[in-house]
Ligand binder design. Structure first.
Ligand code: FAD
Length: 485
């Protein structure tokens, strides 16, 4: 433990951010770094609890008190080694994780939790600056080959781990660049894409082969996979939930990902092959109150929208955290993101009944109504009814539908492999073996667990890689989550 009295002496502080006005002028990250003293003080707040709940709160099992201790003492290389023993990509989670570890921090019971996510980001940035992050080439080749399908965080983590185990790894990605939703979902102002490129370069130097513009099941036949000793499917959960109401077909009503992907391509100078969607000067309506919706808010403001309104069907969660709330109500809807700070009217308990068009077939307004929710004995919302007389028109010329994702795409790859799907439409495989129904095929990330988080995708990629390694070799020396450090 770095400083036994640290948690009594120092308050939680987060690094400064650019002002709202300046950050709306561009798509760059806007969170500054801690000074050396600030970082030292923040690490000193860790109480090194007998039972570190942060450790189990993290889906990766990050060994948090140990790296905080090393940070406090300035033992940077050690801090880095502890961190990457459980997490291949702290530069991603240190920027965009909702940090379940902080929600589990014991100090959080009566003070603000340790700023674990920021400390994690600082460790990895210092590691890159000091050249601690090196291509991993010190392994004996096994002569086995693995194809990984999908270059999101799950596929990247699986590829990195399998490569480390000595297998020949080829990663297929249908987009022009790898990263999955890190690249083409999450905006640059949350995660600059140079951060992904930097990691991909390290992986390439370590021996992972990347094949982009390669959609398995479409321009690469699934039969090509038969040549590999094992296959990891990590294609994500890509089919968005629709809102099939009158007027859905109007111009200007889009899925959130159509809007976000274009903007990320624009920033990354990748070609946009479809009609461009722009929010400049428009009244934007974002339907859906989670991370995707919030990213639409931040992007619309940067485009120069006239107004941005965000609707959520569920009621506003009570600030009192003892009231149980079903996912996705908590914590997504409780959270005020930096995008909300930049300007947005948020409304909860609102339903959209129709989109209304102008004479050119373009959306001009949404017909909306307030809802009244009934709750159960625990205060959880169960049933709603419309509030009489609350129906009204909300002017909007651009609508983004950000209501989550249903399951992976079934046509193409999954159909050609003939893998069994579960009742939710995800690839059927248990959390204990990640094994899909087809011979030598494994699955990880959102394609298996459904729409989730980056930290879960990395965790699934790592765990799945260990199962593949055991399948190929009869045993595995890759790290186990429950035996970290
Ligand atoms: P993905 O990231 O979806 O990657 C799957 C990849 O597979 C894609 O690149 C796809 O092109 C490729 N692919 C699919 N099929 C094929 C095929 N047949 N052949 C070749 N390639 C294929 N989580 C957080 O923790 N924090 C956040 O702030 C956050 N913000 C988000 C914002 C948005 C807009 C969205 C949509 C999600 C957000 N998430 C966030 C969730 C997070 O991004 C996902 O849970 C995570 O990326 C899932 O990782 P994955 O690797 O399983 O899938």
């Amino acid at each position: 433990m770095g400083k036994p009295t640290g948690f009594l002496e120092y308050e939680r502080t987060l690094p400064q951010k650019d002002t709202v006005e300046s950050r709306k002028q561009n798509y760059q990250e806007f969170v500054h770094s801690y000074s050396d003293d600030q970082l030292n003080n923040q690490a000193a707040r860790c109480m090194n609890c007998g039972i570190p709940f942060c450790h189990s709160g993290c889906p990766l099992g990050n060994v948090i008190p140990e790296f905080n201790d090393a940070v406090y003492d300035g033992r940077w290389e050690e801090a880095y080694n502890i961190l990457v023993s459980t997490n291949n990509f702290p530069e991603f989670t240190g920027r965009i994780c909702p940090a379940p570890c902080e929600a589990a921090c014991v100090l959080g019971i009566n003070k603000s939790p340790v700023a674990i996510e920021e400390i994690e980001k600082h460790i990895i940035e210092i590691a890159f600056k000091n050249n601690f992050v090196k291509p991993n080439k010190n392994f004996i080749k096994t002569g086995k080959s693995v194809a990984v399908i999908g270059g999101g965080p799950a596929g990247l983590a699986a590829a990195a781990q399998l490569n480390k185990a000595g297998h020949d790894v080829v990663l297929y990605e249908r987009d022009d660049k790898v990263g999955g939703l890190l690249r083409y979902g999450i905006p640059d102002f949350k995660l600059d894409k140079s951060i992904i490129d930097r990691r991909v370069a390290v992986m390439e130097q370590s021996g992972v082969v990347f094949r982009t513009n390669a959609e398995v099941g479409v321009n690469v036949p699934a039969s090509e996979l038969l040549a590999y000793d094992a296959v990891v499917l990590a294609g994500g959960s890509t089919i968005p939930r629709n809102l099939p109401i009158p007027g859905r077909e109007l111009k200007g009503v889009h899925y959130a990902m159509e809007f976000l992907k274009q903007q990320n391509k624009r920033v990354g100078n990748s070609p946009i092959e479809v009609e461009e969607i722009h929010a400049a000067g428009k009244n934007v309506l974002v339907i859906g109150g989670g991370d995707t919706g919030s990213d639409c808010v931040g992007t619309s403001n940067r485009h120069g929208a006239n107004s941005v309104t965000q609707f959520e069907l569920m009621p506003q969660p009570p600030k009192d955290r003892t009231v149980a709330m079903p996912w996705p109500t908590y914590p997504m809807l409780l959270k005020t993101t930096t995008s909300h700070e930049e300007g947005c009217q948020r409304h909860w308990s609102v339903s959209t009944k129709a989109f209304l068009g102008d004479e050119k077939g373009h959306v001009r307004a949404a017909l909306v109504v307030d809802l009244e929710w009934e709750t159960d004995a625990f205060g959880r919302p169960t049933k709603f009814k419309e509030v009489e007389g609350s129906e009204r028109e909300l002017p909007c010329e651009l609508v983004t539908l950000a209501m989550g994702f249903l399951h992976p795409q079934h046509e193409g790859l999954l159909q050609q492999l003939g893998v069994k799907l579960n009742e939710r439409g995800n690839v059927d495989a248990s959390e204990t073996d990640y094994k899909a129904s087809a011979d030598k095929v494994f699955v990880a990330g959102d394609m298996r667990r459904g729409q989730s988080l980056v930290v879960w995708a990395i965790s699934e990629g790592r765990e799945c890689a260990r199962k593949v390694d055991e399948f190929l070799m009869g045993y595995s020396e890759l790290e186990r989550k429950d035996k970290a450090v």
